[in-house]
Each structure stands twice: as C-alpha cells, then as structure tokens.
Write a protein that binds this ligand. Sequence first.
Ligand code: HEC
Ligand code: HEC
Ligand code: HEC
Ligand code: HEC
Ligand code: HEC
Length: 484
Amino acid sequence: MKTKPFRILLAAALMALSIPLSGVAEKNIPPVDKDFYPYAPSLIKWEKTSAEFTEPQTCAGCHPQKYEEWTNSMHALAFQDPIYQGELSAAIKAVGHDIARQCEGCHSSAAVVLGEIKGAGITGLSPLAMAGVSCDVCHSIKDHTHWQTPSHQPENGSMILSPGKEGPDGPVLTKYGPFSPDEECGMGFHECVTSPLHLTSELCASCHQVTHYETHTPLEATYTEWKTGPYAVQNIHCQDCHMVEIDTFKRSADAFIRPQRQEYHHYFNGANFLLYHLAELAAKKAGDEDLAANAHKKFEMSVARLQAAAEVEISPVYRQDKLAEIKVRVKNIRAGHNLPTSLTNIRQMWLEVTARDAKGALLMSSGSMDEQGKLSTDIRIFNSEGQNEGFHFAIDPWEIESFSSHNTIPPKGYRDVFYGLALPKGTPVTLEVKLRYRQADQKVAEKLLGLVPEDIHLDAIYGLKEIPILPVIDMVSKVVTINN
Ligand code: HEC
Ligand code: HEC
Ligand code: HEC
Ligand code: HEC
Ligand code: HEC
C-alpha cells in the first residue's frame, strides 16, 4: 500500500531535480518591445505625419556648399558602397530577410521607415534611398531613445525621425539644427528647430554603436570608446574632429578647443580612403571630372587624418649589458576613440619592422606583405577577433557574439610591442618601423566584393575588371639607428 505514494514522491523529486540537472542555462537576451520599436531589429522610430522626407538634391538648391561637402562622403555612399552591399547579400542569405532592416536602419534610414528597400541591390530605388545617410536623415532627428534600448545604451539606430508636422494648411517640414533660428530660417521651405543634440556625440551614437541583432552585444563600439575616454570629459565631440578641416581637427585633439560655428563642414571624413578611391574611379568612368576631383579631395583628407592619428617610439631594451629586444610603442595621439575603431575585426593596422646591420644585411623582419596582399604570419596587429556562440573564430556581424581578443589602442593611450633581437655589443643596428593600415584583409575584401548583387557591376560602375590588391597607407614611417 505504501509503494504508490512513495513512487509519486520519488517522481516528483526527480522532476524537481531534473530542471537544474538538464544543463544549459537559458540565454539572457534582453527583450525588444515591438510596439515601441516597430522596425526591430533596427531601433529607429518614425513620427509619421503627412510631411514627407526630402531628397538631398532639393536641399542642395539652398545649401549648395553643404551638399558639395556631403557628396562622396561615407554617409552619401553608405548605401551604394559595394562592400556593404556584398555583406548585406550575405546577411540576408544567412539569417533571412528581416536582418536587412537592421543594416539599412543605419545605412539608409529613411528608406527603411518608408518600406522602400526590399533586399540587396540598387535597381529601381528612389534618390532618397540611394542617398544613404542623407541630409534629411540627420536633420529629421528629433530625439534619441539611447537609454530605453534593450542594452540601455545607444545601439542599432536608436533615434526618432520626424521630418515634419501637420500644419493648419497641410504638412510643415521641420529641420533640426544646432543654432537658434531667425525668422528667415528655411525661407518658407522648412521651419528650423534648435537642437542642442546636433552638437554632441549622442547624435552620432545611434549609428556608431552597432550591436548583434539578437543578443545586443556590442560589435562596433565607437561611441562607448569615446564616452569612456578623455575626449568626452574634455567636451570634444565627434563633430569636432570629423566635421572640420585637418588643421582644426588637430587643434580639437591637441588643445581640446571646440571649433567655431563657421569652422564646421559636412565632410564626415574618417579613415576609409578605399571607398573615396572607388568613388573617384566611378566618377571618372562616368566622365564627371568635377565629381572625381571632389572624391579625390576626400581621399587625401582621409589619408591625412590617418597620418595624424598615431605616433611611434622605438627604444632598445638591454639585459646584462647586451641588446636583447627592441620596444616599439604605438600611441593613439589623435583618434577620439580606439585606434582603429568600429569594424576592428575587419580593419587592419599593423607594424612592419625590419632590422639591418651596418652593411645592410637583414637581421630581423616582421609584418611584411607579399605581392598578393598576404601578410606574414608573425604579424603584430592592433585589431580584435570575434567569436561565435561556440567560441570559434567568426567574422560576420550576425555570428559574432563575443570577442576573443581586443588589441586596439585607447584614446591618448598606447601599446608596447617587443621584438627579440639579441646582438653582441658594438654592432649598430638600423630599424625601419612602419605603422600600416588597410580596410580589410585581401581575402575578406575579395569575398565581399565577390558577393555584390548583380545590379552593382564592378566593371561598368568602377571600371574594375578584377579585384585589385588593396592599397595600404603608411600612417607612420620611421628609421632609427641604434649605436649598440
Ligand atoms: C548601428 C548602425 C549600423 C548597423 C545596424 C549596421 N551598420 Fe554597417 N556600418 C555602420 C557604420 C557606422 C560603419 C562605418 C564604420 C567604419 O567605417 O569604420 C559601417 C560599415 C559597414 C561595412 C564596411 C564598409 C566598407 O566600405 O568598408 C560593412 C560591410 C557593413 N557596415 C555591413 C553591414 C551589414 C551587412 C549590416 C547588417 C547585418 C550592418 N552593416 C549593420 C553602421 C551600421
Ligand atoms: C550625419 C548627420 C548629418 C548629415 C547627413 C547632414 N548634416 Fe547638416 N548638420 C549636421 C550637424 C551635426 C550639424 C551641426 C554642425 C554644423 O554646424 O555643421 C549640421 C548643420 C547643418 C546646418 C546648419 C549649420 C550652418 O552652418 O548653417 C545646415 C544648413 C545643414 N546642416 C544642412 C545639411 C544639408 C543640406 C545636408 C545634406 C547635403 C546635411 N546637412 C547633411 C549633421 C548632418
Ligand atoms: C528654399 C530654400 C531652402 C531649402 C530648399 C532648404 N533650406 Fe534649410 N535653410 C534655409 C535657410 C535660408 C536657412 C537659414 C540658415 C542658413 O542660411 O544656413 C536654413 C537653415 C537650415 C538649418 C539650420 C537650422 C538650425 O536651427 O540650426 C538646417 C539644419 C537646414 N536648413 C536643413 C535643411 C535640409 C536638410 C534641407 C532639405 C531637406 C533644407 N534645409 C532645405 C533654406 C532652405
Ligand atoms: C543614420 C546613421 C548615421 C548617423 C546618425 C551618423 N552616421 Fe556616420 N556613418 C554611418 C554609416 C552607415 C557609415 C558607413 C558607411 C559605409 O561604410 O558604407 C558612416 C560613416 C562615417 C564616417 C566614415 C568612417 C570611415 O571609415 O571613414 C565618419 C567619420 C562618420 N560616419 C562620422 C559621423 C559623425 C561625426 C556623426 C554625427 C554628427 C555621424 N557619423 C552620424 C551612419 C551614420
Ligand atoms: C579627437 C578627434 C576625434 C574624435 C573626437 C572622434 N574621432 Fe573618429 N577618428 C579620428 C581619427 C584621427 C580617425 C582616423 C584613425 C582611425 O581610424 O581611428 C578617426 C576614425 C573614425 C572612423 C573610421 C574608423 C576606421 O578605422 O574605419 C569612424 C567611423 C569614426 N572615427 C567615428 C567617430 C565617432 C562616431 C565619434 C564620436 C563618438 C568620433 N569618431 C570621435 C578622430 C576623432
């Protein structure tokens, strides 16, 4: 008679046990409120009225200089960028169509809320969609939702777009800008609204902080790198380095002086010299010399920014009175965030070091590149490596859930690299040290450009018959002789 209840008890006890014993913990993924964020996985919001978005060509009529500065910027190219389009196709194939909204929310925001972009490719799209991060994306930003996001940080487009409002006689366009408007502002085409947000990094944060579409772990963290560094404390914002000429940027970085109103320009110039170069090729192919010159200017500006970002110090290390090692200290002197930043698992910044004796014979070399653009395996590189759910190496943003290493250089910080070089006394050694940068590994670039949708024809648009060896820029180049 006693066996039955005993068995029930035993079963109940086993069931209770089986919950913790069954192993794997449930993932801690912050939920997304789909009513609040209707375009999830993009976290953009749209205050919908009958006021429409305006294409940049219309703004150009009254703001020609801003238009020229923005033209060929990374923002203007953000959607047409063939490297982006290649990765977008891969994302859709791997995860399904919904992920496209995440990408496009930052690469062509207005087109996402209007439901215009259906997948990778450019055929049949409006000038507004093609214009990527256009005038009216930024100047319709009314507010942000940075602290309400699933990660409680800026991420994946956490901004509110509001291109206008209902007026008594139909829609009224409202443009958010930094300055106190006077009565003439907008000349009847738009109203002007003073927006202090536009002079701070929080405006840029919505898009310059990319998180995984599902787990919300940070993948590109330019904003938080800035926010946790010295420039945020000194009140130097993204605009103060990226929306000004090179000399003004250097002043912002060195003396922490915010630029005057008239010093700002719509360049949004960073490090991507490769894309400016492609834009120049496209303009030449289309026979537009002015546009090619515009792109070339931006190419030179990005090279100058890269070449102003870092410094290298070389010093010998002696042990027991003998030269034992060479120390190379790489300092991030002028990037407001880590160096490099954002796609730190794709961008490549590395040291190439050679040591020669007095007769020129090679004693040591590291970080060289062969004719196919392949880097030697002994390379000292300042990047990060992503890993997937199972902690295996991963490179695509929908796979990376964490990083196995971060080796980028914080703002105003440095990293030391040591090269073993044991030499007897009395043998002078000449060292050549270069800090080199390119957008991606040759194979990664070939893979992405190989995936571009069919309507982006690399030969017809850029005149590229094959994928060239990616250009490399020397950010710093130094030769020293140690009279060992
Ligand atoms: C939160 C905004 C945001 C989201 C979401 C986003 N990106 Fe980006 N993406 C950026 C920014 C900002 C850069 C520029 C970083 C840089 O140049 O260092 C960028 C750069 C890129 C690049 C490099 C382009 C080049 O020319 O080197 C590729 C490729 C890319 N994104 C693909 C994607 C794909 C695919 C998705 C969706 C899975 C995506 N992005 C989602 C903001 C975003
Ligand atoms: C990535 C965001 C972004 C984009 C894209 C953008 N702007 Fe701006 N704009 C800003 C910021 C930030 C400021 C404040 C700094 C400044 O004064 O330039 C500003 C300022 C302005 C101002 C007022 C400043 C002045 O000197 O009169 C005008 C007008 C303007 N932008 C027009 C445009 C036009 C036209 C375009 C497209 C061709 C455009 N913007 C694209 C962010 C943007
Ligand atoms: C009919 C002419 C006209 C057109 C078209 C026009 N603007 Fe303006 N806008 C003005 C004038 C005039 C001002 C006054 C300040 C100035 O001259 O820069 C102004 C000021 C601004 C400001 C500064 C507002 C502030 O408070 O700081 C922004 C931002 C701006 N415009 C964005 C745009 C954008 C974006 C477009 C396209 C969607 C656009 N404008 C189209 C005439 C125009
Ligand atoms: C609506 C989203 C969005 C906003 C807002 C935005 N950006 Fe961007 N930005 C992008 C995307 C997307 C790219 C990269 C395009 C690509 O690589 O194809 C980019 C590229 C850049 C680059 C070029 C990076 C390089 O590798 O050369 C700079 C610099 C930059 N942004 C600065 C800013 C600044 C400063 C602000 C704020 C005033 C800002 N951005 C606001 C989306 C945005
Ligand atoms: C003190 C000046 C300074 C400030 C402030 C600053 N940057 Fe930069 N930024 C640079 C320099 C210099 C480079 C080129 C070196 C590099 O790639 O990091 C750069 C590069 C970049 C790149 C391209 C990175 C790559 O290697 O592809 C992006 C994107 C960018 N910045 C965005 C931002 C954003 C967003 C902010 C604000 C949160 C910001 N920057 C603040 C100086 C600055």
